[in-house]
Design a protein around this ligand. Structure first.
Ligand SMILES: Nc1ncnc2c1ncn2[C@@H]1O[C@H](COP(=O)(O)OP(=O)(O)OP(=O)(O)O)[C@@H](O)[C@H]1O
Ligand SMILES: [Mg+2]
Length: 145
């Protein structure tokens, strides 16, 4: 069976990790640069792990902000190389809600606000033309999505 790759897209604090835990934990291996907070070269490492998991026939979800085509293109390329389906899940959550949710987090989970603002500036909503089989947009109006 073809593997499935899911590329999460959304600002810090929008709820990606929460959504992944609720919807994909049973079916997909989770890859995230957050797993290696201090490692240099974690971009390359993430690509290598994605490649390895697909080689084992696993489904994979890439749980990072992935705000622009620049971050998403290499993931799509690796997925295609393995003959996997690849879709984007875009959590379209307003900036102020992301900032609130981020501010409510504690410890390492809370990121500097400037990082969220920077990601907002770079955010380009995913489209199928980038090479996705499908793009799912989830808009949260306070519900669990
Ligand atoms: N649908 C939701 N409604 C209300 N709160 C939520 C919802 N989803 C997530 N949260 C809360 O918002 C905060 C951020 O969620 P989460 O850690 O999943 O975001 P994230 O997108 O993974 O952020 P990061 O990019 O920094 O990893 C958490 O405290 C979480 O409990
Ligand atoms: Mg997260």
């Amino acid at each position: 069976m073809r593997s499935d790759v899911v590329v999460m897209v959304g600002l810090q604090g929008c709820g990606k990790t929460t959504w992944v835990a609720a919807h994909l934990a049973r079916t997909h291996a989770v890859v995230s640069k957050d797993h290696w907070p201090n490692a240099r070269g974690r971009e390359a490492r993430q690509r290598r792990v994605l490649h390895e998991l697909l080689g084992e026939g696993r489904n994979v979800v890439v749980d990072n902000t992935n705000p622009s085509p620049k971050e998403r293109a290499p993931i799509i390329e690796i997925a295609r190389r393995h003959g996997a389906t690849v879709r984007a899940v875009f959590l379209d959550v307003p900036l102020d809600v992301c900032l609130e949710r981020n501010a409510a987090r504690t410890g390492r989970a809370r990121v500097p606000e400037v990082g969220v603002l920077d990601a907002r500036k770079r955010l380009v909503p995913p489209v199928v033309e980038e090479g996705f089989d499908r793009v799912d947009v989830i808009r949260q109006g306070g519900g669990a999505g």
